[in-house]
Design a protein around this ligand. Structure first.
Ligand SMILES: [Ca+2]
Ligand SMILES: [Ca+2]
Ligand SMILES: [Ca+2]
Ligand SMILES: [Ca+2]
Length: 597
């Protein structure tokens, strides 16, 4: 009897231990699955925020990877394929890259998004590699030609390209009883899990399509309310997805993680604001030229009139306002060079001796231009001063026999400056300063030295004879450089910047003269700032400045485009003329200004 009780007790303990082990194993697998999904989500967001190479833009999402006949051979290689599924065809193939029936649902292009640690095989029998559904709005730049916060107020009313409405719907995700969790989903990651019912995933030959990974779920008429009875499939290309519950895992085991466009867009907006801040701060790299102050902004105007209205700004500059910019698509590093001397000598008097006799001394003028080794002794800031430019270099290769080093100096003193401004247009927002020769000056000296340091030859390009054109040209770009996608996607309609008095052109760079501060919930979050960039976010129904009951979705507080700052920014600090700015993250229904510094 005792023995029997002991055995029963042992069996019961074993059962409890077994059940506990099973539960722990299941929990560990679920945690692993969620980690895979989160990892994929982070990689996807990082990828889309970083799409800045030529022809791309932040916000474009990758297309999925299919077992597609357009590839040779068809494969699941982790790379995006040339289009998306076609909902008008039974298996969705062949792929299409435009049109109303485009459905972007396939295997995660893990290789493209840099998720290199993944080990799932191409046929993935255990369903460890996420599938990926993305709204066609984010993979169709021809139709969705602009991605900026304005798309959050656009609705889908049928397939229209480049209109005032969305070309494609956002995706819908439902809970296990068919209730809509969100119908504004940008993308979904779906871990398929092991095969269900008659799903088959052969290792060779024709690898299986979406219906062998993603499941169908029936929500019965007898479902617990609130619920929406029906048959839901994650494989049927209807932009509508369902998350099976734990109780349904015997028939449907897909595991979903989704990101709405309302979550994705603020990340994108913050990234762009950071790019703008970086562009405004370009003088930072010219500290050696004494050029640390930041460029002026231009007066706030109706941003919807930009960029055509850019020229209206003429030469008006202010410390707070819209951001004048210059678009650059290639060789961008060359555009904001503060000083770029180009010496154009019409006649020269060369006196050369020793090893330099007979050498074409004038070639060194071009040498300095290429190496950009000129340093101004005084940076021109007014129209009548006389800046002095000086360049020095030592050359140790390609020299004559017996010469160990050759020093080259350009020293031009007493240049007379006159300014000329380019017309401000979309493609050229530059200030140029021309320096004209006046009189005769020492321009170039060259000297050769042997190994012992003894001078063995020298040359002087002693004077610049009278010439009718400028003999020296200095480019001094004042506008931040921003990429083509910034212009094309009209981000300038959202961006606004403030410049601390201490860092405005000519400022002391001493915060006693006035710097900027960012506040969070009444406390200082950051101070002593030279520049603050704000992005307005999408127009809100109510703001901290304009709240209920006067304002609502049908009578929104903010209407764009507008010449009124309170149609863009949402708090007292952010619209008034002071040195303080309000920051909140994440955004709320009444405050969505993004502030970066
Ligand atoms: Ca493929
Ligand atoms: Ca599944
Ligand atoms: Ca569906
Ligand atoms: Ca706002």
């Amino acid at each position: 009897m005792l023995l029997a009780i002991f055995i029963i007790g042992l069996a019961a303990t074993a059962y409890v231990v077994h059940a506990a082990t099973q539960a722990a194993t299941r929990q560990a697998l679920e945690q692993q699955a969620d980690q895979t999904l989160r990892h994929a989500k982070d990689a996807l967001i990082g990828y889309t925020l970083g799409r800045t190479t030529s022809g791309e833009r932040p916000g474009n999402m990758p297309r999925p990877d299919y077992f597609a006949s357009s590839e040779n051979p068809a494969n699941y290689d982790g790379q995006a394929d040339s289009g998306c599924l076609d909902a008008t065809r039974a298996n969705g193939l062949p792929l299409k890259s435009a049109g109303a029936s485009m459905r972007c649902l396939g295997r995660l292009p893990w290789r493209d998004i840099g998720m290199l640690s993944h080990t799932a095989t191409e046929h993935d029998p255990l369903g460890e590699m996420p599938w990926y559904a993305v709204s066609a709005n984010l993979v169709d730049p021809t139709c969705m030609s602009v991605i900026n916060p304005g798309i959050l107020r656009m609705t889908y009313q049928g397939y229209v390209c480049e209109g005032a409405t969305l070309p494609h719907p956002w995706l819908t995700v439902r809970d296990s009883r068919g209730n809509i969790l969100s119908d504004r989903v940008a993308f979904i990651l779906i871990l398929p899990g092991k095969p269900q019912r008659d799903q088959q995933r052969p290792a060779a030959g024709n690898l299986a399509g979406v219906s062998h990974y993603l499941d169908t779920l029936v929500v019965p008429e007898s479902c617990l309310t609130p619920c929406v009875p029906g048959t839901y499939s994650n494989a049927d290309m209807d932009n509508d997805f369902i998350q099976p519950g734990p109780a349904q895992s015997a028939s449907a085991n897909d595991r979903l993680l989704y990101v709405t466009i309302d979550q994705l867009l603020p990340l994108l907006e913050r990234r762009v604001a950071q790019d703008v801040r970086h562009a405004i701060n370009f003088p930072n790299i010219y500290v050696a030229y004494g050029f640390r102050y930041r460029p002026w902004m231009v007066p706030f105007d109706n941003p919807g009139l930009w960029p055509d209205h850019f020229s209206w700004t003429g030469l008006q500059f202010v410390a707070k306002g819209l951001i004048p910019f210059r678009v650059c698509t290639s060789n961008c590093a060359d555009l904001n060079k503060v000083v770029r001397p180009r010496v154009e000598v019409k006649q020269q008097v060369v006196n050369a001796s020793g090893t330099l006799a007979g050498v074409d001394v004038q070639q060194y003028l071009g040498y300095f231009e290429n190496l950009d080794q000129c340093t101004p002794k005084s940076l021109p800031t007014s129209s009548n001063n006389n800046p002095n430019f000086k360049c020095t270099a030592t050359i140790t290769t390609g020299l004559a026999s017996g010469v160990s080093s050759r020093t080259v100096n350009i020293d031009i003193i007493g240049m007379q400056k006159r300014e000329q401004f380019d017309d401000a247009t979309v493609n050229s927002h530059a200030k140029r300063i021309f320096l004209s020769k006046q009189g005769s000056y020492t321009v170039l000296t060259v000297a050769d030295y042997d190994a012992a340091g003894t001078k063995v030859g020298d040359a002087t390009l002693g004077t610049v004879a009278s010439a009718t054109t400028e003999s020296m040209l200095v480019y001094q770009y004042l506008y931040p450089i921003l990429p083509q996608w910034y212009l094309d996607n009209r981000w300038y309609e959202y961006m606004y910047a403030a410049l601390a008095p201490a860092y405005a052109p000519g400022g002391s760079m001493d915060c006693h003269q006035g710097c900027l501060s960012v506040m969070q919930s009444g406390n200082v979050k950051a101070d002593q700032l030279a520049v603050v960039v704000m992005s307005a976010g999408v127009a809100l129904n109510q703001t901290l400045l304009q709240s209920a009951p006067a304002f609502s979705a049908s009578n929104p507080a903010q209407v764009r485009n507008s010449a009124d700052l309170s149609d863009y920014f949402d708090s007292e600090f952010n619209v008034t003329d002071n040195l303080l700015f309000d920051y909140q993250w994440p955004a709320t229904a009444s405050f969505n200004d993004q502030v970066v510094w």
